[in-house]
Ligand binder design. Structure first.
Ligand SMILES: Cc1cc2nc3c(=O)[nH]c(=O)nc-3n(C[C@H](O)[C@H](O)[C@H](O)COP(=O)(O)OP(=O)(O)OC[C@H]3O[C@@H](n4cnc5c(N)ncnc54)[C@H](O)[C@@H]3O)c2cc1C
Length: 363
């Protein structure tokens, strides 16, 4: 396994749970802040427009509970999810949830504001009680801890320098050791192209830095019950929506309400990042928050950066060729599926086939 972010750690945990001989190699430390998996929280939601991901999230629910029971940690909280925006998006989410028989409520902007007075809404609103949040850093450190307790070999601060094929084996070079293995999983997030781009036709991947910020609620709205997770579906100009892209957010205990918007998107090199906070992005974010979140105090904004790896269709890469499985559940929405991705990737690593066309490699 290369990469001890959320996905590599989940796969290592699954393989160790099944009694397999697993080594997990990570270039940095546990739950470091240079990749995509750090921070207090991530949104969990079933409310997708595409049935593929609604079904996957529904499958992930019992898998999260299994991970919690295996580790004794509380990692997923279903404190609700709000989707709002243009009608077509909200209708499609309702259809996805109907297919699975999941409950939800639809309402207009005024009723939603009455119930969650810290937020303003567009006219079409859907509340899903199944949604909520996963605790990100805690999940990654828990998966690594359990991998070790189950006998897995974890090598931190060990950059992989190169990967080559040797017939039906893969050769992995680090500074101190050469590994020769019949099954290698590459879960390298924003570094996947650098590590295996010479071996496979990966989809076009754009790696860029997201910049979410936490805000404190104003007096009277401090209770977490006012702050379910949300996704504001941008209409790219359609239907008069004021947003070009979507915005998202959720409450992180101890840090406040996180809001993510998109601005200043440009490709970056994950090995050559400045981690600087873009003041332009922060200013635009505050304009967004000023309009849509009357219950947040703009003066309390604390921004951070995080690495996004995006495919053109926002799908995942999860497929095996020869001895190498590529695992990159990315595009800004993979975390909620972590324990299930661990299972799917472990199956591939043990010889399974990928049958979901959206996740297949093209060569
Ligand atoms: C700002 C932000 C907000 C998000 N919000 C949500 C959300 O609300 N809900 C949701 O479901 N998802 C969300 N996501 C997406 C989710 O966090 C990612 O899909 C997920 O964390 C990706 O995990 P990963 O393991 O693939 O990548 P990473 O966490 O980046 O892990 C890859 C690992 O590989 C290691 N590595 C790379 N190269 C080498 C090498 N040569 N040698 C050794 N190790 C190497 C890296 O150091 C890294 O630790 C968000 C992402 C971001 C950035």
């Amino acid at each position: 396994m290369i990469g001890a972010g959320a996905m590599g750690s989940a796969t290592a945990w699954q393989l160790a749970l099944q009694g397999k001989d697993v080594a997990l190699i990570e270039q940095f430390g546990v739950a470091h802040n240079k990749g995509s998996s750090h921070g207090g929280t991530r949104i969990f939601r079933l409310s997708y427009r595409t049935p593929l991901y609604t079904d996957l999230a529904a499958r992930a629910l019992p898998d999260w509970r299994e991970l919690e029971s295996d580790s004794g940690e509380h990692l997923l909280e279903q404190n609700g999810q709000l989707d709002h925006g243009y009608k077509e998006a909200i209708d499609e989410i309702a259809i996805s949830l109907d297919r699975l028989g999941r409950s939800y409520e639809r309402m207009d902007a005024a009723d939603a504001h009455d119930r969650w007075p810290g937020m303003n809404f567009e006219d079409h609103v859907l509340y899903s009680p199944d949604g909520g949040r996963c605790f990100a850093d805690k999940t990654v450190s828990t998966l690594i801890r359990r991998t070790q307790e189950l006998g897995g070999d974890v090598h931190l601060n060990t950059p992989v320098l190169s990967i080559h094929l040797d017939g039906d084996h893969a050769i992995v070079e680090t500074e101190s050791k050469t590994w020769w293995t019949p099954s290698l999983v590459v879960a390298a997030g924003g570094w996947v192209e650098k590590l295996v781009g010479h071996l496979f036709n990966l989809p076009e991947l754009i790696v860029d830095a997201g910049q979410p910020a936490h805000f404190q609620p104003v007096a009277g709205l401090e209770s977490e019950s006012f702050w379910p997770s949300f996704l504001h579906h941008g209409a790219n100009g359609r239907g008069g929506s004021p947003l070009e892209a979507s915005a998202y957010g959720l409450y992180t205990p101890g840090e406040g309400f996180k809001v993510g918007t998109w601005s200043d998107r440009k490709a970056i090199d994950p090995d050559n990042r400045d981690f600087e906070i873009s003041q332009k992005h922060l200013t635009e974010m505050k304009q967004y928050v000023a309009h849509w979140f009357p219950g947040l105090d703009l003066e309390t904004a604390v921004a951070t950066t995080c690495l996004f790896t995006n495919t053109p269709e926002e799908d995942f890469i999860l497929d095996r060729r020869g001895p190498i499985t590529v695992c990159s559940p990315c595009s800004g929405h993979g975390f909620k599926f972590v324990p299930t991705i661990g299972k799917i990737t472990a199956e591939l690593a043990l010889g399974g086939k990928q049958t979901t066309p959206q996740w297949q490699l093209s060569n």
